[in-house]
Design a protein around this ligand. Structure first.
Ligand SMILES: Cc1cc2nc3c(=O)[nH]c(=O)nc-3n(C[C@H](O)[C@H](O)[C@H](O)COP(=O)(O)O)c2cc1C
Ligand SMILES: C=C(O[C@@H]1CC(C(=O)O)=C[C@@H](OP(=O)(O)O)[C@H]1O)C(=O)O
Length: 388
């Protein structure tokens, strides 16, 4: 499975085309809309989220509530476009008008300056429109389809927030992924620990008051993936590597770790590797899951546990120094609107991109065309692993 996305932040719409989604998967707009709504929630977002109400239009690849095996086109309209129609016009506009509206002041931390240099743009709107995380809307739509595939196979995915602005969860004892999901879904910062959540919101309020922004850490857990998905035989078939790339491809994500992650650098091997055990009911399994579900680029059958770190939002009310690309004068920018913290929303994006990679690897490995055959093959693999 693969997908492309297209669309500018203030253009008419975002589009994604999903190719290789198996036939026979039950899929309704409401499955996707539920995920789009989750991404829009979250404490710390700016005014744009009050303008948008993301809803998907399914334009191809689905008939009578089931996928056909043909490319699926998903579209989400930008409500804000109506305020930007002339700035974002496809047809040429009056040159004088254009010169007046040029964005010539690059924001430190955003894609503005590098994109302008690379593509030869002297109006950095030509960069920021596409580098904007508005694009994550359709990545979440694609992830919603992937989640449907995983659901059919009894695989659950949950994403949540571990840390915002230096405030970290302390209490994280949940009995099941369902419980984790239920609690985090009700939290404005998508955090399991209610006390930490209050402090996170305070940190966001403080950042906002100071015209600043803050980042954080999100975690995604996937349960029920059979052992042996992915491969050790070639670098671009390692599923942990694909997941890592997917996480770091989310706007503002700068790092990724699996299981105990960077902590492994400080511990001896005897405290890092997961001992192998065997029982008649379960077959081979592990005493611990410090590896976060991967060895040799393949799943171990234990839950996938992956974390991503998001830097603070680049656009600041509190000005940082930069240089105008036309006048070469230093300036300290003032801005109109921005998020102060988008970590809760980003945890939904992280969930979506991980779901896509896991679903794509499974579809690839267990028969690509039909949902019923994939289901049978996954069941066979589970049975085989239990009896191995
Ligand atoms: C959900 C989400 C919302 C974001 N909102 C903003 C925003 O309002 N203002 C901003 O400057 N950056 C925002 N960002 C981050 C930028 O898109 C990102 O920093 C930029 O594309 C540069 O890429 P890089 O940080 O990955 O290098 C957001 C990111 C995410 C995931
Ligand atoms: C629109 C979304 O996020 C946007 C991501 C973003 C950026 O620079 O990444 C900048 C802001 O856009 P605007 O300048 O229009 O307010 C965010 O609102 C969204 O998540 O749907």
């Amino acid at each position: 499975m693969r997908y492309l996305t297209a669309g500018e932040s203030h253009g008419p719409q975002l589009t994604t085309i999903l190719e290789g989604v198996p036939a026979g998967l039950p899929l309704l707009a409401e499955h996707i809309n539920k995920e789009l709504a989750r991404r829009q929630k979250g404490y710390g977002r700016g005014r744009r989220m009050q303008i948008e109400k993301d809803e998907v239009k399914i334009l191809s690849g689905v008939r009578h509530g089931k996928t056909l095996g043909s490319p699926i086109t998903l579209v989400v309209e930008n409500r804000d476009w109506k305020h930007w129609q002339s700035i974002m016009a496809i047809e040429p506009i009056d040159h004088e008008e254009e010169v007046k509206r040029k964005v010539t002041r690059p924001r430190p931390g955003h894609a503005d300056l590098n994109g302008a240099l690379k593509y030869g743009h002297r109006d950095m709107r030509n960069v920021l429109e596409r580098s904007s995380a508005r694009e994550t809307t359709v990545r979440v739509a694609a992830g919603a389809v992937a989640k449907r595939i995983l659901e059919e196979l009894g695989i659950r995915v949950a994403g949540h927030v571990l840390e915002i602005g230096g405030v970290r969860v302390k209490r994280l004892h949940y009995q099941s992924l369902e419980e984790l999901q239920e609690v985090t879904e009700a939290s404005p910062v998508r955090c399991f620990d209610e006390e930490a959540a209050v402090k996170m919101m305070e940190a966001i309020d403080n950042a906002k008051k100071n015209g600043d922004s803050i980042g954080g850490i999100v975690e995604v857990i996937v349960e029920g993936v059979p052992a042996g998905v992915g491969s050790h035989v070639h670098y671009d078939r390692k599923l942990d590597a694909k997941i890592a790339a997917a996480i770091v491809s989310i706007n503002a994500f700068k790092g990724v770790e699996f299981g105990i992650g960077f902590e492994a650098a400080r511990l001896p091997g005897s405290e890092v590797h997961d001992e192998i055990i065997w029982s008649k009911e379960k077959g081979f399994t592990r005493r611990t899951n410090r590896a976060g579900g991967f060895e040799g680029g393949m799943t171990t059958g234990m839950p996938i546990v992956v974390r991503g770190v998001m830097k603070p939002i680049p656009t600041l009310y509190k000005p940082l120094q930069s240089v105008d690309i036309e006048t070469k004068e230093p300036f300290a920018a003032s801005i109109e609107r921005s998020d102060s913290c988008a970590v809760p929303a980003a945890s939904v994006v992280a969930e979506a991109v991980v779901a896509w990679e896991v679903a794509a690897a499974i579809v690839d490995q267990f028969g690509q065309d039909r949902m019923d055959l994939i289901k049978e093959n996954v069941e066979k693999m589970r049975r085989y692993a239990r009896e191995f």
